[in-house]
Ligand binder design. Structure first.
Ligand code: AMP
Length: 440
């Protein structure tokens, strides 16, 4: 299925193309047609499945086709409620990307910062509000926001919202919404308390579900190297020089970090380019097309710049820095191993990143192989012993199949059982290497 099959309007098609999206993910293919019909949706999908576009695209399209309200004091017509500031910001960025060629305006509202910039934005005329519940209620109480003209309401990550104790705030917000509205309800899991909330606010919803994001992690071969911060550079060069790594997308935490890595690789004759927010759109596009055409072997990116990068046959993702948000790890490694293909994700973990690694392993429910036999091991005593991993609660919709419907293999089990999995090259052929020893 392609995005054309979903009958999306031209400016949205163009925006998706600009973002590098080719085909809808399963949650998008299931949700978008239903939402475009104006129906309520009960969707079971985790972060990393493409769920944001699954609600953002139909809302943008429906709002656009209804015509635009003008004026600074026009009322908001869509409300997206998210549990955390990070998620709200990410959703805002998604609306930026998918609504790039539309004239609808959105703003992101969250607590922990001064409200001044937010209220100023609101007063400039906003069509879509993306908010966390606390600050939203606060601004509603102060009279800056009214919800009586909301036509589209999204409750995102409902289970997390409840876990974080926001149930009463959420209910307070819902009470202010008009009864006549379209509601899209997203949750990673569907325990009874979440289902009860959904029942109370949805009208004859269409139910859709996709596999949890952890299945992405199960498709990708993963290994971690404990290495000191100041030796990451040497380890990266060593791996690129000695391993069969045809293409690598390397993630750094900062833009400066990305530039530094490119410089070091260049010095060693390894063709690399950086892609991050300080580069012009043209420079980013050029770097991306060089990488896609394999003129550049290594693309170094920050998370924001890498959103939507879709490179066919990407063999390796290298986490030069581990992300502090575990879902980001899954997003990153999901760049390789697309559509059931096998990919390899290598992560560097320094002294300060071990807590991130623990969180990541908890999210994916796997213990990642530790490569001990490499030339730059972290000094004795600095590498923490790995804690036991318990799998997250099973998703009620989970059916043991991957996104394209085929039965999942047992690779994840073999990983958690500490058995060794043969390394594979990009062609799928096993690679035998004494240099990178993925045994524990
Ligand atoms: P989400 O689950 O909404 O947080 O999305 C996870 C990641 O997948 C984000 O980085 C999106 O930019 C990316 N993404 C979403 N839909 C698609 C698509 N159809 N093709 C390629 N990337 C996508």
């Amino acid at each position: 299925m392609t995005f054309q099959d979903l009958n999306l309007i031209e400016p949205i098609q163009r925006a998706l193309k600009t973002a590098g999206y080719k085909n809808p993910t399963p949650i998008q293919a299931q949700s978008i047609p239903t939402a475009l019909q104006g129906r309520d949706l009960l969707a079971c999908a985790q972060t990393g499945t493409g769920k944001t576009a699954a609600f953002a695209i139909p809302i943008l399209q429906l709002m656009q086709s209804q015509g635009r309200n003008e004026g600074r004091n026009r009322p908001a017509r869509a409300l997206i409620l998210a549990p955390t500031r990070e998620l709200a910001i990410q959703i805002g960025e998604s609306f930026d990307a998918y609504g790039k060629f539309l004239e609808l305006r959105h703003t992101v509202i969250f607590g922990g910062v001064s409200q001044h910039a937010q209220t100023r934005n609101l007063q400039s005329g906003i069509d879509i509000i993306i908010a966390t519940p606390g600050r939203l209620l606060d601004l509603m109480n102060q009279g800056f926001i009214k919800l009586d003209k909301i036509e589209f309401f999204v409750l995102d990550e409902a289970d997390r919202m409840l876990d974080m104790g926001f149930i009463h705030d959420v209910k307070r917000v819902i009470r202010q919404l008009p009864a006549r509205r379209q509601t899209l309800f997203f949750s990673a899991t569907m325990p009874p308390v979440v289902a009860e909330l959904a029942n109370g606010i949805l009208t004859r919803p269409e139910k859709v579900a996709v596999d949890p994001v952890s299945s992405t992690a199960e498709r990708v071969e993963q290994a971690v190297f404990f290495v000191s911060k100041n030796q990451k550079r040497d380890l990266l060069i060593h791996l690129l020089k000695t391993e069969d790594i045809p293409t690598a997308l390397v993630f750094t935490r900062t833009k400066h970090g990305a530039n530094r890595v490119v410089k070091e690789l260049d010095k060693k004759g390894i063709k690399a380019e950086a892609i991050h927010g300080n580069k012009s759109q043209n420079a980013r596009q050029q770097a991306l097309s060089n990488f896609k055409a394999r003129r550049t072997r290594v693309l170094v990116a920050t998370d924001i710049a890498a959103r939507g990068i879709d490179v066919e046959d990407l063999t390796h993702v290298i986490n030069y820095d581990l992300p502090n948000i575990s879902e980001t790890y899954v997003h990153r490694i999901g760049r390789t191993g697309r559509a059931g293909a096998s990919g390899i994700a290598l992560s560097f973990c320094d002294e300060e990143e071990q807590a991130y690694l623990r969180d990541i392993q908890k999210l994916i429910g796997q213990r990642i192989h530790v490569v001990k036999n490499h030339p730059f091991p972290m000094e004795e005593g600095q590498a923490a012993t790995q804690p036991a991993i318990t799998r997250p609660a099973a998703n009620g919709y989970r059916n043991g199949r991957d996104n394209n419907g085929s039965q999942r293999n047992n690779w994840s089990n073999s990983q958690s059982n500490n058995r060794r999995r043969p390394k594979r090259s990009s062609t799928g052929a096993p690679v035998t290497s004494d240099r990178v020893d993925t045994r524990r």
